[in-house]
Design a binder for this molecule. Structure first.
Ligand code: ZN
Ligand code: ZN
Ligand code: FE
Length: 317
């Protein structure tokens, strides 16, 4: 395993040759249920566990492939963890109490802090893939994190544009977007005291909502206790809206975008959550096909205002 540099697109690729051979788990066996393997029987609400088949590892071996200045290569040094959201097997993040979701947020925060403080970790990426359609094979509610030895390419782009905006205007690009969405109203899905959820003017996915703290926060570690409760509450609300939209357990990819952990200052970056749900209508999948994948251009088949209205009008109960 190693990371290889793509000199054309200027980004790192993780090559984990052995991960392809992950064994299928026996039918009916869940490695995240209380009492199995390293999961305690009692006394926990949320847990972080090492990923059994990590793409990155703290003790990554030196690359065993020839490389040079054009074909660059580095050890795949990092950490991959699983975040178990609850001892309950048959649930999803949406079903959990606000207190339980707050415990997930607290765990995200402490893992971000601890892993981010490692010298080789430049970025802590927290995410959840949910649903068979996304390729998830384990039903037990869980998310994951990758502690990267580099700043991932999409984060680099967000940092570059927000830094430029900050230099030009002296304000946060994201704070400005939040104000604009609040003023325009038509793309707002829901909000509370401290957080807002909207489908941005420039949404990429039909139900690709973003959630932002209303106050300028670079990372989870900047949130107050009250803000964390508000964050848990809005997450639950959005997830329930998702589930109620088509009366199904709604699949999605969810990612947390925070500042890097390379020790440099990022006053112009604003923490947020992004969702990429694969559905565009009931029983209709949005494929990221040739145009999206091969040219990086998104075709949005509706309008963000239409899709935001649908979600706004879906009850969160
Ligand atoms: Zn389970
Ligand atoms: Zn901001
Ligand atoms: Fe983002």
């Amino acid at each position: 395993m190693e990371i290889r540099w793509d000199p054309i697109l200027a980004q790192w690729i993780i090559v984990a040759g052995k991960r392809g051979k992950r064994p299928l788990l026996p039918e009916g066996y869940c490695p995240f249920c209380p009492g199995s393997e390293e999961v305690p029987e009692k006394g926990w609400t949320v847990l972080s566990l090492p990923n059994k088949f990590p793409a990155l590892r703290p003790d990554a071996p030196p690359p065993d492939i020839k490389y040079d200045r054009l074909y660059r290569c580095k050890p795949a040094k990092g950490v991959c963890e699983v975040i178990v959201y609850t001892p309950q097997h048959n649930a999803s993040l949406a079903d959990l109490s606000v207190e339980n979701i707050k415990a997930v947020i607290d765990l995200w925060t402490s893992r971000f802090e601890e892993l981010g403080s490692l010298d080789y970790v430049k970025y802590v990426f927290i995410f959840e893939n949910k649903g068979r359609i996304i390729g998830v094979t384990l039903d037990h509610p869980h998310g994951q994190l990758y502690a990267f030895p580099f700043i991932p390419t999409l984060i680099r782009r967000e940092l570059a544009s927000s830094k430029q905006y900050w230099r030009r205007t002296g304000t946060c690009l994201f704070c400005t977007i939040i104000q604009k969405e609040q003023k325009d109203e038509v793309r707002v899905v829901c909000e509370n005291e401290d957080f807002i959820c909207f489908l941005p003017f420039f949404a990429h996915w039909p139900y690709g909502v973003h959630i932002y703290p209303k106050r300028h926060r670079e990372a989870l570690t900047d949130l107050t206790e009250t803000e964390k409760v508000s964050f848990a509450a809005i997450l639950k609300k959005v997830l329930l809206k998702f589930d109620n939209l088509f009366n199904m357990s709604f699949p999605y990819m969810m990612v947390l975008h925070q500042r890097p952990t390379d020790g440099k200052p990022y006053p112009y970056y604003h923490f947020h959550v992004e969702f990429y749900p694969p559905y565009r209508e009931k029983n209709k999948i949005k494929y990221f096909a040739s145009v999206e994948t091969g040219s990086g251009t998104v075709t949005f088949d509706y309008t963000p205002e239409m899709k935001a209205k649908e979600l706004r009008e879906t009850p969160p109960v």
